[in-house]
Design a protein around this ligand. Structure first.
Ligand code: CAA
Length: 402
């Protein structure tokens, strides 16, 4: 261990469900100019989750990838997990944490802590920051953070083109092999009625224009504070990743700052922003995991950035909480980002017709169902699936009985 302990993201893996909708098909079906979705919103495809993939199943399918590919060092770090944090705003239970299912089903040692965090899309960052502090306090231990969401606004709703589904799993440790988390961070909370979901509502209530404004205001507030706290300028960042409800919004947040900086910085940040949202364009919004899908996209597309390159990270969760912090890339991070498995998942997805999408979208577990068998009508190839509700308790497949 070096004199100054570094803590951050040691490993990460991403899961997307096996179905997608082309945004051009959605535009035609809704009578909208396809250019609005492609350019105005900045989305090409939207991931669609079948009933077998609730947020716990998706989280399991993301996290298991860390175990599947473990070499000796990985295994030591996985064996040292003593805390599991599940971040979601579309969790499966008002009381029980999704992390409890993960802890039980994944090959994690007995006797760990586990809980769920919620603050809209900010939950993933809340998990990462908590985990970072925890490892500083318990340097020999590691933390599994899983951010998983199924972003649904309803058929023909205003938010429909900004839906998506997926999960990101991150292992947080000392001497991280992907990136160190900065000590300094700028954050802000304000009560904003831009997007929220009362406990009796299936879909969120959204004030679209206010949500866009709040996102941009929180970016300006936290980014400016971060620069003040660190005495930095925008030119110090190699890249800036943003929470991505849709890819155009992060670009809008950055635009005024790029107009004001030198050409080389503007060109670099603009290029890396596009690399960073490349996967988000194909997946859509995954709420808590969106910022981390964007980071994964950047690192997968740019595996050779210089060690210690500083990546700005803007997190936003409606309601609202925003945070701006930095990551410093570790030497050799490019070898740790295993993009091939994710790329395989993306290309193996089945493209749904509009009719198939609408049918799949409307499939639901009956409310108040105490016992229900979840049929795998769509031949979900994912390892972990929701199989049944037994006396109100969710049961997941564990085919390899790990
Ligand atoms: N060609 C090119 N561009 C077009 C176009 C065309 N034919 N038609 C419209 N556009 C552009 C518009 O000019 C607009 O661009 P600007 O944002 O630069 O003004 C863009 O397409 C979107 O148009 P509208 O705002 O008119 O679209 P809309 O009324 O359909 O609403 C939305 C868009 C507000 C994002 C809506 O989909 C929504 O409510 N989504 C859910 C909420 C959301 O994602 N909010 C983002 C911030 S909240 C957050 O970040 C947390 C989270 O994850 C939910």
């Amino acid at each position: 261990m070096s004199d100054v302990m570094t803590v951050g993201i040691d490993q990460m893996a991403v899961y997307v469900p096996p179905f997608k909708l082309e945004m051009g098909d959605l535009a035609s079906a809704r009578g909208v100019d396809p250019k609005k979705f492609e350019l105005g919103i900045g989305q090409d495809e939207m991931a669609v989750a079948p009933l077998t993939q609730d947020t716990v199943a998706m989280g399991l399918n993301a996290a298991i990838q860390l175990f599947d590919r473990a070499d000796k060092v990985d295994q030591q770090r996985l064996d040292a997990i003593s805390l599991v944090i599940f971040a979601s705003e579309t969790g499966v239970d008002h009381s029980k944490a999704g992390a409890v299912f993960l802890t039980d089903i994944l090959p994690i040692k007995q006797g760990v802590r586990s809980f769920e965090v919620k603050q809209a899309c900010y939950g993933g960052t809340a998990g990462l920051q908590l985990a970072t502090s925890y490892v500083h306090q318990h340097p020999e231990e590691t933390v599994l953070v899983v951010a998983s969401d199924n972003a649904k606004y309803g058929l023909k709703s205003g938010g429909e083109p900004t839906q998506g589904a997926g999960a990101v799993a991150m292992l947080i440790s000392q001497d991280p092999r992907i990136a160190k988390v900065s000590d300094v961070s700028a954050y802000h909370t304000a009560d904003v009625a831009d997007f929220w979901r009362p406990t009796d509502q299936e879909y969120p209530l959204v004030d679209g224009p206010l949500s866009k404004k709040a996102y941009l205001d929180f970016f300006n507030d936290t980014f400016t504070s971060f620069l003040g706290l660190t005495h930095q300028t925008i030119a110090d960042f190699t890249a800036i990743c943003c929470h991505v409800p849709y890819t155009k919004l992060g670009a809008k947040a950055l635009a005024p700052y790029l107009d004001d900086c030198d050409d080389e910085t503007a060109k670099r940040l603009s290029h890396y922003y596009q690399q960073a949202v490349s996967y988000n364009r194909m997946v859509g919004n995954i709420y808590t995991g969106s910022l981390y899908l964007s980071l994964f996209s950047l690192l997968a597309h740019e595996p050779n950035l210089a060690p210690d390159s500083e990546i700005g990270m803007f997190s936003y969760g409606s309601g609202a909480v925003g945070e701006f912090f930095s990551l410093y890339l570790s030497k050799g991070y490019g070898q740790e980002i295993q993009k091939h498995r994710f790329a395989e998942q993306l290309t193996a997805r089945k493209t749904l017709t509009i009719d198939e999408y609408e049918t799949l979208f409307e499939e639901k577990i009956p409310t108040k169902a105490r016992d229900f068998l979840v049929a795998d009508d769509h031949h979900d190839p994912s390892e972990y699936q929701l199989k049944a509700i037994n006396n109100g308790h969710r049961v997941y497949s564990n085919p390899k009985n790990r």
